[in-house]
Design a protein around this ligand. Structure first.
Ligand code: FBP
Length: 263
């Protein structure tokens, strides 16, 4: 039931909105620092789900409740930490908080390859087993990054993370785009049937470039996208979200979908 709210036709567009802690308020354009402003826009655009930390859910539930699925992320870290400590995420709430908030799923990050992999796996499995008891799907942000990884977008590295995510019991995998349809198909294959969603990444100057990546992901067998900055930093977030939705759910070509975007 819950998975079908996130991937209504087997595919989904999830709005990622955990940046206030991960990157700080500098990520938000000055007119959108209040989370309610942007949440209103993505709900209007018709995203399938919003991935957020517990506090944002409390502050905005009256906008998305009953309209859009909620994925509560229960790990995070700040960039205020010393650099070498940024390769671990801490507990940022508990599965019970997500249940109390009426969540459809929980999310947690694992930095595969980090020197703190051990600690993050302990946390992942604690989240995984608590969520299992409530029937809550677990989205894993399967991000390979660590001292031994020189290129975290390399297909060998990304598919390793996707495979490890599948083997650790993820119900949904969010990971990096590897740059082409062919390489992303390898990532999808490694995930062995667990739905793979592309992580958005930094804002692309031209919306068409982002839409082309999303299109390739779908052709590669990906099940959608978990996108933040490419929507909330764009001057027309509603148009941008609508364009992405059209590519993911209707298979519209990027050149057509981009017509939704103003400016
Ligand atoms: P974006 O689409 O903005 O990249 O959001 C996806 C996301 O994974 C967020 O969930 C998270 O806060 C951020 O990117 C992580 O960014 P970084 O790569 O700097 O750690």
């Amino acid at each position: 039931m819950r998975m079908s709210r996130i991937l209504p036709d087997g595919r989904g567009v999830v709005f990622a909105f955990d940046h206030g802690v991960e990157h700080g308020p500098k990520d938000f354009p000055p007119d959108r620092v209040n989370p309610r402003v942007i949440i209103e826009k993505v709900v209007e655009a018709g995203v399938d789900a919003i991935m957020m930390l517990p506090g944002i859910a409390r502050l905005t539930h009256d906008i998305w409740g009953g309209k859009v699925a909620a994925i509560i992320k229960v790990t995070s870290k700040t960039n205020l930490r010393p650099k070498e400590e940024r390769l671990r995420q801490s507990a940022f709430g508990y599965v019970e908080d997500a249940v109390a908030l009426g969540a459809d799923a929980v999310a947690a990050t694992v930095y595969w390859g980090s020197q703190y992999e051990d600690e993050m796996l302990e946390r992942w499995f604690a989240v995984r087993s608590a969520a299992e008891a409530y029937g809550l799907p677990c989205l894993q942000l399967a991000y390979p990054r660590g001292p031994a990884i020189s290129n975290m977008y390399d297909v060998e590295i990304v598919r390793y993370g996707a495979r490890a995510a599948a083997e650790s019991g993820a119900d949904l995998i969010k990971t990096y785009y590897t740059g082409s349809k062919e390489t992303f198909a390898e990532v999808v294959k490694a995930a062995s049937g667990v739905p793979v969603l592309m992580s958005g990444g930094p804002s692309r100057p031209k919306p068409i470039d982002f839409l082309r990546d999303v299109y390739s992901v779908m052709l590669a067998g990906g099940k959608g996208v978990v996108v933040g900055r490419n929507v909330f930093q764009h001057p027309d977030p509603v148009g941008m979200a609508r364009a992405i939705i059209k590519v993911v759910h209707e298979g519209l070509e990027p050149e057509e979908a981009v017509k939704e975007v103003k400016g």
